[in-house]
Ligand binder design. Structure first.
Ligand SMILES: *[C@@H]1O[C@H](CO)[C@@H](O)[C@H](O)[C@H]1NC(C)=O
Ligand SMILES: *[C@@H]1O[C@H](CO)[C@@H](O)[C@H](O)[C@H]1NC(C)=O
Length: 432
């Protein structure tokens, strides 16, 4: 099956225009409309109201039936009438709504439980984790949906994303990629962008290693806490299949046993979404394998315990780059800064790699730091970590990311563990 809408340019009917061009364009359009009315009033003595005509015009495009008018359409992942022919339905809908299909083509989905956390400190952490994602999405013109409703009563915790991703595909047919990010994951490189071109012929992207799936059969061979999934029929089918290994299925208990037998290092007896996805790759590889991209070239999600201890050194290395490269110190608007600095740093990393020098490349900012096992809301973290190291790690990673945002506003944190900020002087950090 070929992926749908892999060539984005063919669907992007409206190009973003520069502000000045937009004004000229709309001024031209207004003039044309006025001219038309002038001529038409000469031709037709009864002048139709432009407002009424506008309404008629509007009605004609939005009144045409779409898949939304089908009473059997369900947003639920476990409905008895699965959606078929989604790719064509979506295409037809897009043709009826050309103005809606423009940037962004990515929707980030994330969320947390419906009720407050037991500890107010945890709610504040969740707020900061949400702010972190909102910052990244603003910088990269990505849409963001934060969900706090349990959409399927029997699919809580790690299963909850499946009904949400499924509903979002229907609610946002203009979106090409749905990007689920767990609430306990922080974006720690605000400049990095998803290499979407690399995934053109794939429908699902997760961080993982084929060797650990097919040879080691490890339940941590991939991580399902961050995933990029294309809005297409293949994905709807995968979500339905995947959900059938979860708690809403009558065979849920049995699935837990099967997954444990399949993946010997799986720690707990219940079926979980991550083990279930690995199971589908192992047992139904022919059906799903070809369209699933296992990313390991960058931290689509990285294990926090391997990362947080290095963040201070990474921040220092980036400051060193800024001392050496005047362009990286220049004050710019926030979006220009992100785009320009990314380009400049990539050039640096490439040049160093060509020179056989990998020191800096290896100390790049990790894109996403995932606090797996920390459970920021309940505090019921895995016993191998102390609560304090999880908490401190999260604060550090969030400040590390926030410093990248605050730079464009002229500030930075005094220290990764200190909430207070200091103003950045002109040409920082060339002269201290
Ligand atoms: C995977 O399996 C190989 C060989 O069986 C072993 O040497 C390696 O340590 C395993 N890797 C992990 C991460 O468990
Ligand atoms: C943060 O830094 C300021 C200024 O150095 C200091 O007064 C304050 O105590 C620090 N806060 C913490 C939590 O370390």
């Amino acid at each position: 099956m070929t992926p749908e809408y892999s060539s984005k340019s063919s669907l992007r009917s409206s190009n973003p225009c520069f502000f000045a061009d937009c004004i000229i364009f709309s001024a031209g359009a207004t003039t044309a409309v006025l001219l038309f009315w002038t001529f038409s009033s000469i031709l037709h003595p009864i002048i139709p109201s432009p407002i009424l005509t506008n309404q008629l015009h509007h009605q004609s495009s939005s009144d045409l039936p779409t898949f939304y008018d089908d009473p059997s359409l369900s947003y639920s992942v476990s409905n008895p009438h699965p959606i078929s022919d989604w790719d064509n339905k979506r295409r037809r809908w897009l043709r009826l709504h050309p103005s809606i299909f423009r940037q962004p083509s990515i929707l980030m989905l994330t969320g947390s439980q419906p009720s407050p956390c037991p500890n107010p400190k945890s709610d504040h952490l969740l707020l900061r984790l949400f702010k972190n994602k909102a910052d990244y999405c603003r910088l990269h013109s990505i849409d963001l949906f934060y969900n706090t409703a349990l959409l399927h009563p029997s699919m809580p915790s790690f299963w909850a994303k499946i009904p949400l991703v499924r509903a979002a595909m229907i609610a946002r047919p203009e979106i090409e990629w749905l990007w689920w990010v767990d609430s306990d994951a922080a974006i720690t490189d605000m400049e990095f962008e998803l290499p979407l071109r690399r995934y053109e012929s794939h429908n699902l992207v997760v961080h993982g290693w084929p060797d650990l799936i097919y040879n080691n059969r490890s339940w941590t061979a991939l991580n399902a806490g961050v995933l990029l999934i294309r809005n297409c029929q293949w994905s709807l089918d995968l979500l339905s299949r995947w959900a059938r290994l979860g708690p809403q299925d009558p065979d849920y208990q049995r699935w837990g046993q099967i997954l444990r037998a399949e993946l010997p290092d799986k720690l707990f007896p219940d079926s979980d979404d991550q083990s279930a996805l690995i199971y589908l790759l192992l047992r139904e590889k022919g059906k799903w394998g070809e369209k699933i991209y296992l990313e390991s070239e960058y931290y689509l999600e990285g294990y926090w315990a391997e990362i947080v201890g290095k963040l201070k050194g990474v921040a220092e290395m980036y400051l060193e780059m800024e001392r050496e490269e005047k362009g990286l110190r220049r004050r710019r608007s926030e979006k220009v800064m992100v785009a320009e600095n990314r380009k400049m740093r990539e050039k640096w990393f490439r040049a160093e790699a060509e020179g056989g020098e990998l020191g800096r490349q290896q100390r790049r900012r990790p894109f996403i730091t995932h606090f797996t096992g920390c459970q920021p809301c309940s505090g019921e973290h895995n016993n191998i970590y102390s609560g304090e190291s999880c908490y401190e790690g999260m604060v550090k990673a969030l400040s590390f990311a926030d410093d990248q945002v605050l730079r464009a506003y002229g500030f930075r944190h005094r220290d990764l563990l200190n909430e207070s900020v200091v103003e950045l002087h002109f040409d920082f950090p060339a002269v201290s």
